[in-house]
Design a protein around this ligand. Sequence first.
Ligand SMILES: [Zn+2]
Length: 252
Amino acid sequence: MPNRIQLLQAFDDLLQPERFKDYGPNGLQVEGTVKVRKIVSGVTASRALIEAAIAAQADTIFVHHGLFWRGQDGRVTGWLKQRLALLLAHDINLFAYHLPLDAHPELGNNAQLGLKLGLRTLARFGEQELGFLGEALDPAGFSSAEALARHIESVLNRPVALVGPAQRAIKKIAWCSGGAQSYFEAAIAAGADVFITGEMSEPQAHLARECGVAYLACGHHASERYGAPAVAAHVAAQFGLAHEFIDIDNPA
Ligand SMILES: [Zn+2]
């Protein structure tokens, strides 16, 4: 049975957080029990996920979105107090990895999303190389952004918003999971025919129309569901630990 320090070392070795400039601390965010038996992975350290992990008798939680972000004022009140109180009362370790989990070339959110959608990665683009650029594994590809949007809807099981040229043939596909609106211009510069991410803000709709590159918003949560379970399962297998992914649905 590994201890929490060995687990932290394994996550750090795999995800190399020191290589990233991030919006919050990566690694062990809340210290729980020393000996680890079971990991629950999830997208966000919400109260619902923490309660589900307690019910599943986990002693360790691994997430993409942790509890602490730049810009918080440091007060432990309200929702933050409630989540922390649950973790501390049950002696649960909370591990959180943000950008390092998006970026990992095989197990990360983008790599796993590409795998789910049947895409091959050919290059990386944008700040900290978080953007993925590639093409369809199927040589027939996608006849249009519209066809790609319908495909994503069926794989992720949720509606996809499409703005920009819907009917143009798709060859180069760029994607970046979560709230990667700001990567759209870098995707255009990299020669993408379409950009897939979780969210869209007002300016990107105009850019899509004016630059002739389709923009697909397929859900922040839906696009980031696959990295945390892939990494947690990998490390759990290394140590012979139990692992369970718990999806707390989120329409955003
Ligand atoms: Zn995110």
